[in-house]
Ligand binder design. Structure first.
Ligand code: GDP
Ligand code: IMO
Ligand code: MG
Length: 453
């Protein structure tokens, strides 16, 4: 047993939530490790015969399985308001004992409203904004690194002590608000402390020293599922800096956030889609034109290829509702994401093999990127010096005629259409990593698991 680590292989929204939740069906412990409410993880599951669809931002999706303990780890930046709403949502759809099965690391940092104000302001002050989710993620991690952050433990302090911490933490922020004519945003530490102490009361019994919990589960050899957030190209170090998030969302960062060492790892699954998507700004080699302006779809008569992909796959942000930028699948990007040095991928899960078939049926063809032309050479890795060269890699595609249809009930790899199998084989050949899991629908169970790899 040990830990199954779920990592995003592109720019997020690959279907990590679905896979992590499904993997949790026989897990003892499920963990969210990094990021915060910037993540939106869609799960589709049945409870007492009824079908439910939830977009979770903080609680690991494995909580829907009643034997699992769910942990929000130390690497997460936690917005208590979102958390409480999410707990209530889970209770509303009949998930049992949420409040007794959910655990929160006392060392996780807290997102306050001023972090969201700062997120907006800092984006406004840039010539080239990142297009963040405005969930206060960057500023909360900034405070953490500046060692002025407020942790979940602090919400349990007497209210005057919490107020003092907030007062110290917000001194530099208030100066920034003042300098930008935002005096009305200046924080009253006493008011905020009183409000957040109330959240402290709600979550008090869930707050733990998570090292003890993870050590016990690891020692017993029970199954752990770590639900990574964001993805390889959004990682603060590996990603398309500065168009990245503020955490290390590849395997190593995820382990720290989850209170685990490499010794606890059983397998790493890198999640990809058969097409690609990105929200926010930044490089995207296989992106296709679409009718999107200022994060909104504009009116059109004839769709561009990007519109067809977006609408076929329902590519709208689970957190912000923004239409996602869409493009063809990219085996080169995936190869880099699966590198043994970066994520140490054991397996790939390729989601949306059903959707790419539908796109092919609509357009009459499907493209898959198998190499890049870059600096006059054909390469098969994702370059990291594009700002220096001023060049974006140009995809070299292989093309499939037409599309295919895959019913979401299909579970036998051998019964896939021949072209779809070929699509999978090309990805395996380029990445050198087995595609053990194939997504054929949005449901937690809509996955083919290949026993032959
Ligand atoms: P995450 O952030 O990585 O958890 O992914 P999101 O939930 O943001 O986005 C993935 C979207 O794709 C969601 O709408 C899922 O319901 C959907 N999805 C995931 N896997 C599949 C699949 O194999 N087929 C189809 N049709 N939809 C899928
Ligand atoms: P999941 O876990 C897709 C993107 C934002 C922006 C950049 C920085 O659902 O895959 P941030 O708010 O983190 O400072 O924004 O990162 N981003 C995501 N894109 N899926 C996510 O999470 C994302 N989390 C952050 O759009 O470009
Ligand atoms: Mg998402």
């Amino acid at each position: 047993m040990g830990a199954t680590i779920i990592i995003g292989g592109a720019w997020g929204d690959e279907g990590k939530g679905k896979v992590a939740s499904r993997e949790a069906a026989d897990a003892k412990l499920v963990i969210r490790a990094t990021g915060g409410a910037n993540a939106g993880h869609t799960i589709v599951f049945h409870n007492k015969g009824e079908k439910h669809k939830l977009a979770l931002h903080l609680v690991p999706g494995g909580i829907v399985y009643p034997q699992a303990t769910a942990l929000i780890g130390q690497g997460v930046v936690l917005d208590p308001k979102v958390l409480v709403e999410e707990i209530e949502e889970l209770e509303k759809v009949g998930i049992p004992y949420v409040r007794t099965r959910l655990r929160i690391s006392g060392r996780a940092h807290v997102v306050f409203p001023y972090h969201k104000e700062l997120d907006e302001l800092k984006e406004r002050l840039k010539d080239d904004p990142i297009g963040t989710t405005k969930r206060g993620i960057g500023p909360t991690y900034e405070d953490k690194k500046a060692r002025t952050g407020i942790r979940v433990y602090d919400l349990l302090l007497p209210v005057d002590k919490l107020a003092k911490k907030i007062e110290v933490a917000t001194r530099p922020h208030n100066q920034l608000f003042k300098a930008n004519g935002m005096e009305d945003r200046i924080v009253d530490p006493k008011v905020l402390a009183a409000q957040y102490s109330e959240y402290g009361k709600i979550i008090k019994n869930m707050v733990i020293n998570a090292d003890i919990l993870t050590e016990e589960v690891c020692k017993n050899g029970d199954k752990i599922v770590v639900e990574g957030a964001q993805a390889f190209r959004l990682d603060i170090d590996y990603g398309d800096y500065p168009d990245v998030t503020s955490s290390n969302c590849v395997t190593a960062g995820t382990l720290i956030g989850a209170h685990l060492s490499h010794k606890c790892v059983d397998k790493v699954i890198v999640i990809a889609k058969a097409h690609c998507s990105r929200v926010g700004n930044g490089v995207f080699p296989t992106e296709q034109p679409a009718h999107i302006e200022n994060n909104k779809v504009t009116e059109y008569d004839e769709p561009f290829v990007g519109d067809v992909i977006r609408e076929t796959c329902g590519e709208y942000g689970a957190t912000t509702g923004r239409p996602r930028r869409c493009g063809w699948g990219d085996a080169v990007l995936l190869k880099s994401a699966c590198s043994q040095a970066v994520t140490g991928a054991d397996y790939i899960c390729l989601n949306h093999l059903d959707s790419i078939g539908k796109i092919g049926e609509t357009l009459g063809y499907i493209k898959l990127c198998i190499a890049y032309m870059y600096q006059g050479r054909k390469i098969c890795y994702y370059p990291d010096n594009m700002e220096l060269t001023g060049e974006v890699p140009e995809p070299v595609y292989t093309e499939f005629e037409g599309g295919w249809e895959i019913p979401s009930s299909l579970r036998d790899f051998n019964l896939l259409p021949a072209k779809a199998k070929k699509y999978v084989k090309i990805i395996e050949d380029i990445t050198g990593v087995p595609v053990k899991y194939i997504g054929v629908g949005p449901g937690n169970d809509d996955i083919i698991v290949r026993e032959d790899v």
